[in-house]
Design a protein around this ligand. Sequence first.
Ligand code: B3K
Ligand code: ZN
Length: 882
Amino acid sequence: MKDSQARTIYLKDYQAPDYLVDHTDLSFELDPHATLVKSKLKIRRNPAVAQANETLPPLWLDGADLELLSVSINGELLPAHRYQQRAGGLSLSTDAPEFELEVHTRIAPEANTSLEGLYLSNGMYCTQCEAEGFRKITFYPDRPDVMSVFTTTIVAPASYPVLLSNGNKVDSGTTEDGRLRVTWEDPFAKPSYLFALVAGDLQHVEDSFTTCSGREVKLQLFTEARNIGKCAHAMTSLKHSMRWDEEVYGREYDLDIFMIVAVDHFNMGAMENKGLNIFNSACVLASPETATDAAFQRIESIVAHEYFHNWSGNRVTCRDWFQLSLKEGFTVFRDAEFSADMNSRAVKRIEDVTLLRTSQFAEDAGPMSHPVRPDSYMEISNFYTLTVYEKGAEVVRMIHTILGPEAFRRGSDLYFERHDGCAVTCEDFVAAMEDANGADLKQFRRWYSQAGTPVLDVEDTYNEALGEYSLTIRQQTPETPGQKGKLPLHIPITVGLLAEDGSPLRLDDAAGQMEVVLHLTEASQNFTFAGIASRPLPSLLRGFSAPVKLRYDYSSAQLQFLMQHDTDPFNRWDACQRLSINSLQTLQQQYRSGEALQQPAALIEGYAAVLDDAALDPALVAKMLALPSAQEIAEQGGEIDAAAIIAARTFARDAIATALAERFLTRYHALEQHKPYSPTAEDIAERSLKNTCLFYLCAAGSADALALAKGQFERGENMTDTAAALAALVEFGTETQAEGFLQAFYQQWQQDTQVVETWFGLQSGSAKFGTLERVQKLIAHPAFEVKNPNKVRAVIAGFAMRNFTQFHRADGSGYTFLADQVIALDKLNPQIAARLVTPLTRWKKYRAQESAQIHAALQKISVSGELSRDLYEVVSKSLEQD
Ligand code: B3K
Ligand code: ZN
């Protein structure tokens, strides 16, 4: 492993830029192998750092993988001694505080497999510049605190009729040699990471939106011709987002046009480039026949997320990349609230909390653990993490809980007003929240700087004579790499109390409300409720009011009681989760001590009651009936014993399936829909419960159940039902049957990229069918493309991250396979390689044998040769725990 890559950048070393760029004039002559990029920059000394009578410092321009053709200042070619090309950029000496710099470079989009900078996807030119991709396009001060007004001219052959960039189209024509030429002007100053360019033979759908002040905005969604029928849902989602941001945050769109482009080759979900969002096709294209309900909902939330960035990210941006959560945490919070308003609030919250508990908590306890605002990084691409995004959103949510909705809105209004057009910090966000409300968030700020998931231990006492009920809550945050001696955090804990008959108690101390937010600020604190006539049952951390692990010794009977009576739907689900986890832990102990596994009676009873409760939202029922994933069970603490987890979970699933088979069948038939597909919350809820029932019915193994699944598969009414039936058939049918259904599905859908991705994922993630041998075959399949991150995610990540059973096969072959894939991918796409290695980073948590095997796989990567900076950072930090 090469360690010259180990350049660490620290937040404490931040310095304001020496020079500003007032105007950026770019021109592109597109060619797959030799694109000519000319940039003209109006540069001036940054007055904020200039000293009187100073010697001007050199100008630094970042650049990577560029062929430098020429450098001119004020129209004169610069002699070679005035500039130096170094690793990572260009340094120029200047003799005036203000000048025009012109740089010509050549780049090869065709050869760019990192999908950062300018590259080709199915013959279409597109860009991805966040965080540091612009430096692969031209030499530039590629940092978010340099904000410039951009003009972009694109020249391309006539076979690329659509030429797009940020802002408004101001000119177009044809060059003397017959090429097309278009010029775009973006009036809003922006950092280089928000620059975008697209060129291709694209179709589009068009709509319009009238803003709250009456301006008409043109909305366009561009795709390759074959996908033009899949744009409607994204367009509707965009219009809903635009309206919601006006109504909830008072934010109006600012340009006359808003464009979205779908591309097949993309490292993540989407990108919020000013006025020209670029999306991974999988996160924008949908039709009922080809996309599942989950895809419809994902599209709605990502379209909203990118749109919301126009204010939280673009108009107000980050000073430096340590502040990434300023835009990402806030925007995730905004999109989560939007989705909650559009769909079922409880279900959205459950999904977000499941992600946190399964993956963010693991990240926070692993070798890459970092605070929401990291202190250092080697490669910023590695810090687009669940901690920065999801925990960051939880931090914003806690501010919302502490201040209340009206005060939060006053804070966000002040934040946008104060910092419009500026590049600012997380501190500026918190300060605006305080200043708008005279609030004190001094201790709360520790959430931004302290890593690790806090653990809360709760005990209670009841004094019958005084009618007082007390909660004692202790907090403790575990040590994380490089951070010892954690301080107490300000943690808002929403609590309700249930009386013996299940009714909610009015809390005298909370002005007769049914619930109260307790502010835990000390290491240990006591909270007393007066006027309580008999011992209550506490409903703690309602709505998951803080991203913590909460321990309270509930009995199974108490959890079943909460499942039925809690007025907080999230906590009803959470009680069910706790009951499942307790049952699964007992089963794991039985497995480890070689005993016969016992029926999880309390869990079956609890599930039966949930299924019998006709008043419960079917979506919530489906969530309650889903056993925690193996990965989530693994995160419960202690040494991970993969075999015990798999045995316990499979046993519990089959026991539930057998015991409740009749109920599942009745509910399945009652939920069959005889109406056209619609992605409404109600219909999605019904389908999710129906398909949960189908899965359990097939798990119980009767031929009738498989026939039911076969019928649903063959009717093919919508992709949600078809894919759910296929998943059940693959998991519980014979191998020959599974093979047959998968073949039939592929035959029908092989022309559709998104469905083929679903098809790959169904196989690689199957506990029974997704063996290593099968995954190796999928990699050799003609539809697999190693240069397409969606395919890599569907097959390789599907196996390594969503197929606990096969990935952790006892011979360790899954680990070696992943190591080999990561080594190969690193040469093509470092960002994807560094993401894919995640399952190997937690080697320390496993039992001795697996731990040694995973460690060996990491070592294999580490000695495989020169690694990218991305992969080097993750692998070296993971091995440092030795
Ligand atoms: N801001 C982009 C993420 C860019 C990731 C760069 N490696 C998408 C988003 O969060 O909206
Ligand atoms: Zn974002």
